[in-house]
Ligand binder design. Structure first.
Ligand code: SF4
Length: 405
C-alpha cells in the first residue's frame, strides 16, 4: 500500500518501520510556504496552526498517490481530538481516496489501538512486528541521542554549518540500517564524526543554556518554527528541546505511575500551578520550565502555534512563573505569516538579555566569593591577634637576674 505520514522532525524511524512492514513509502516533503498556504485554504478558519500545516502535507501526499496516512495524535481535550475526523473529511471532500489512521496512547482505548495496528501492520505476524518495533525504537533512540548532543556541540562549532551538514550525512547513514547491529555501528561512526568537528573551548561557567518548550508539532518541526534551535546554536547558545519521537513513545507506553521516563516526574512538578492538563503538553511544559530553572538554565523559549488553547493558558501563567523562578521566558506565536527574520531578531534580543544576566550573576558570585574570602581572612587574623594577646597576659613574668658583685 502507498503510505505516508506527516513531516515532524527526524522521520527516519517512521520511514524504516513502514518500509519493513512492506509499504511503499511516499516521503512527505518538509512543510514549505506552499504547504502552509494549501493547508490554510482547506482548513476551518479558526483551527490551530499545526492542523493547517498537516492538512497541507496530507493533501500533498494524497496528490502523490498516498492511500494511507499514518500519524500519532492525542484524544483531546484540545483540538487534537478532532484532527483525525476533520482531516479525513477534508480529504474526502477534495476527492481523495486516502485513509487517515491516527494512533493515540494505547492505555486510552486498547481495542481501537490494536485495530489501527492491524491496518498498518500489513499482515505481518505479531512476533515479527515486535522485532521490527524494537529495531525502530533503538534506531530512533540512537538518532535522538545524537540530535540532542548536536544541539549542544553546535553552539561551539568553529565553521558555522559543519554540524548541520554532518547531521544530514548521518541521517542518510541511518536510513540504510537494516539490523540493530547496523544501528549500533552507525551510531559509533556518527559519534566519531561529531567529535572530529573543530570546536571552541568554552569553560563550564561560560556556557549559556536555553530550554525549548511548547506544542509538540511546532517544537519538533524546524521548518515550522523557522529553525529556532539552529539560530540559537549559531548565537553560541546550547539548546535542550523537551520533545523527541523516542521520548514521546516512552511517555505513552510506560504506565504513568512509573518514575521513568523523566517526563512522568516532570509532569508532576507542575501540580501546584497547573493542576489540570488542558490538552496537548501544557502541563508537562509547565513542569519542564520548573525543571530548567532548577537545573540553572539561562532561559526558556516557549513556542506556541496560533489558536492553540493549552499553550495560551501557559502564556498567561508564564510572567508570574518567570518572576517566581527567576528565569527569563520568551514566547513566540507561530503561524503561516511568521518569517525567519522576525524569529531571528527576537532570539538575538533574548540571547543578549540572558547573556548579560548570566555574566552579571557570575560577577556577583565572584564578588560574593571575594567578599566572603576577605571576611574569613579578617576573622582568622582577629582570632590570631586575640590568641597572641591572651598568651601575653597568661605568660609568667621572666625572673630578674641578680648580677654577682
Ligand atoms: S495542543 Fe494546541 S496546537 Fe496542538 S492540537 Fe491542541 S490546540 Fe491544536
Amino acid at each position: 500500500m502507498k503510505t505516508s505520514f506527516p513531516h515532524m522532525g527526524c522521520v527516519t524511524g517512521y520511514k524504516r518501520l513502514l518500509e519493513k512492514l512492506g509499504h511503499e513509502v511516499i516521503m512527505p516533503d518538509p512543510p514549505s510556504q506552499k504547504t502552509m498556504e494549501l493547508g490554510v485554504k482547506y482548513s476551518p478558519e479558526f483551527i490551530c496552526f499545526p492542523f493547517k500545516v498537516m492538512m497541507g502535507t496530507y493533501i500533498e501526499c494524497a496528490q502523490k498517490g498516498a492511500e494511507l496516512i499514518v500519524s500519532s495524535g492525542g484524544a483531546g481535550p484540545c483540538r487534537a481530538g478532532m484532527y483525525p475526523d476533520v482531516h479525513q473529511k477534508v480529504l474526502q471532500e477534495l476527492g481523495f481516496n486516502t485513509r487517515v489512521v491516527v494512533f493515540d496512547s494505547m492505555f486510552q482505548d486498547f481495542h481501537s489501538f490494536y485495530e489501527k495496528v492491524k491496518t498498518v501492520k500489513n499482515g505481518t505476524p505479531n512476533r515479527k512486528l515486535l522485532g521490527l518495533a524494537l529495531f525502530c525504537y533503538i534506531l530512533i533512540k540512537k538518532m535522538d541521542k545524537l540530535e540532542k548532543r548536536m544541539k549542544i556541540l553546535r553552539a561551539y562549532e568553529i565553521n558555522q554549518g559543519d554540524y548541520s551538514k554532518a547531521w544530514k550525512d548521518i541521517v542518510k547513514m541511518f536510513e540504510k540500517c537494516d539490523t540493530i547491529r547496523d544501528v549500533n555501528r552507525t551510531y559509533k561512526r556518527a559519534v566519531d564524526i561529531f567529535e572530529a568537528i573543530p570546536r571552541r573551548e568554552v569553560k563550564e561557567n561560560q556556557r549559556i543554556r536555553v530550554g525549548i518548550v511548547g506544542e509538540i508539532y511546532v517544537i519538533m518541526e524546524p521548518t515550522v518554527n523557522k529553525n529556532v534551535e539552529e539560530i540559537l546554536n549559531n548565537l553560541g547558545v546550547e539548546v535542550e528541546n523537551v520533545q523527541y519521537i523516542s521520548d514521546w513513545v516512552e511517555h505513552n507506553i510506560m504506565p504513568k505511575w512509573l518514575p521513568f521516563p523523566k517526563s512522568h516526574r516532570v509532569f508532576k512538578m507542575s501540580d501546584k500551578v497547573a493542576p489540570l492538563n488542558c490538552g496537548g503538553h501544557d502541563k508537562e511544559n509547565m513542569g519542564w520550565v520548573h525543571d530548567f530553572a532548577r537545573r540553572g538554565f539561562d532561559g526558556v523559549v516557549h513556542l506556541m502555534p496560533f489558536a492553540c488553547l493549552p499553550e495560551l493558558v501557559n502564556l498567561g501563567k508564564f510572567p508570574a512563573i518567570s518572576n517566581e523562578l527567576n528565569i527569563p521566558i520568551m514566547s513566540l506565536s507561530l503561524d503561516e505569516q511568521m518569517g525567519e527574520a522576525h524569529v531571528k531578531t527576537r532570539l538575538e534580543a533574548f540571547t543578549d538579555l540572558i547573556k548579560s544576566k548570566h555574566y552579571a550573576k557570575q560577577k556577583a558570585s565572584i564578588g560574593d566569593a571575594i567578599g566572603s574570602a576577605a571576611q574569613s581572612a579578617a576573622r582568622k587574623a582577629q582570632s590570631k591577634a586575640q590568641e597572641v594577646k591572651d598568651n601575653l597576659k597568661t605568660a609568667p613574668a621572666a625572673p630578674i637576674k641578680q648580677h654577682a658583685k
